[in-house]
Design a protein around this ligand. Structure first.
Ligand SMILES: NC(=O)C[C@H](N)C(=O)O
Length: 325
């Protein structure tokens, strides 16, 4: 089985520089040097970029997905992407919606630099190769800290712990250790735009997190900045003060969709409170299921790039509910 390893940068490829700061240094050849490979696996490495993931844009991430699709089209059986963990969930969500749910694609990274004695860099890459090459495909996944979660479910939940990713309510797809891969579940969401050509670029979509006493200032700033869509991390089950609903109405008038998520990080949003979510829904906001703010932001950018304006709400709900385009 031939596996392509696409390196983009991140801590997995970083070492301390002369100032004592972590900086991306390692090439894919250095990442792979001396790495134990699963039996029957041949690996070919490609350097896509050398960036910490906090500098990546959605279009950089789209370029990575383009390379992932290209490698599969060239006949590679699977692809591993090495990536910084800070924004890995965005690239993972994008990849997960733009490729087939059962494709052999794994994204991985590390929490400790490659020159730390207890670095997780080599272990995570070894685990990623095990998962991507396992006999029954696990699907498009994030592998870090000994577990795999679905690419469209994963989110970074710890600043420094080795086990920094969670699959949220969807849980864990598989455990991975030197014994091998132990499958636990199957992803039900993902692959929404797997069969369509990739868009050339993704539109600007902003994410606004609400705090008590918030008004419409930040939504209006996003409109002024030319955002094509806005995601709000609202309170609880999807509530916001009336001033935010006023800003949603303004966005609606300008043809800019606003999606509602919850800043709680788990559970589905529903428009059930008078003066809160019910007013947001009447103002035209789209309730984005249980997507996190960053997931909904990528999902909204994807729907805006693929759909005529009238179909954006339905497509966004479809992605959140695990339907397929
Ligand atoms: N652990 C990491 O990879 C974090 C790093 N700052 C990055 O995202 O590039």
């Amino acid at each position: 089985m031939r596996i392509a390893v696409l390196a983009t940068g991140g801590t997995i490829a970083s070492r301390l520089d002369a100032d004592g700061d972590l900086a991306v240094t390692d090439t894919v050849a250095e990442l792979l040097a001396g790495l134990p490979l699963p039996a029957g696996v041949e690996v070919v490495g490609f350097d896509l970029s050398h960036q910490p993931s906090f500098t990546l844009t959605l279009d950089d991430m789209l370029a990575t997905v383009r390379q992932v699709r290209a490698k599969l089209a060239e006949g590679f059986s699977g692809v591993v992407v090495t990536h910084g963990t800070d924004t890995l969930e965005e690239t993972a969500y994008l990849t997960g919606q733009l490729t087939r749910r059962d494709a052999r694609i794994v994204l991985t990274g590390a929490q400790r630099g490659a020159d730390e004695p207890d670095s997780d860099a080599r272990r995570n890459l070894t685990d990623a190769l095990q998962v991507v090459a396992t006999s029954e495909p696990v699907g498009v996944a994030i592998v870090l800290g000994g577990l795999a979660c679905a690419a469209v479910e994963g989110r970074k939940v710890h600043t420094s712990a080795i086990s920094a990713f969670s699959g949220g309510s969807a849980g864990t797809l598989a455990l991975v250790d030197p014994e091998g891969v132990l499958r636990l579940s199957t992803a039900v969401r993902g692959g929404y735009y797997a069969t369509l050509p990739l868009p050339d670029r993704l539109p600007r979509v902003d994410l606004v997190k609400l705090v008590a006493g918030a008004d419409g200032t930040h939504l209006r700033a996003s409109l002024d900045a030319g955002a094509a869509g806005i995601v709000v991390e609202a309170f609880g089950i999807g509530n916001a003060p009336p001033a935010v609903a006023d800003a949603v109405r303004e966005a609606q008038k300008q043809g800019v969709p606003v999606a509602i998520t919850s800043r709680t990080g788990a559970g589905r949003v529903r428009p059930i409170y008078a003066g809160g979510g019910a007013d947001l829904a009447r103002a035209g906001a789209i309730f984005a299921g249980d997507l996190t703010g960053p997931q909904a932001r990528v999902a909204l950018a994807l729907t805006l790039a693929h759909e005529p304006p009238g179909c954006v709400p339905e497509a966004l709900r479809g992605m959140a509910e695990g339907r397929h385009a």
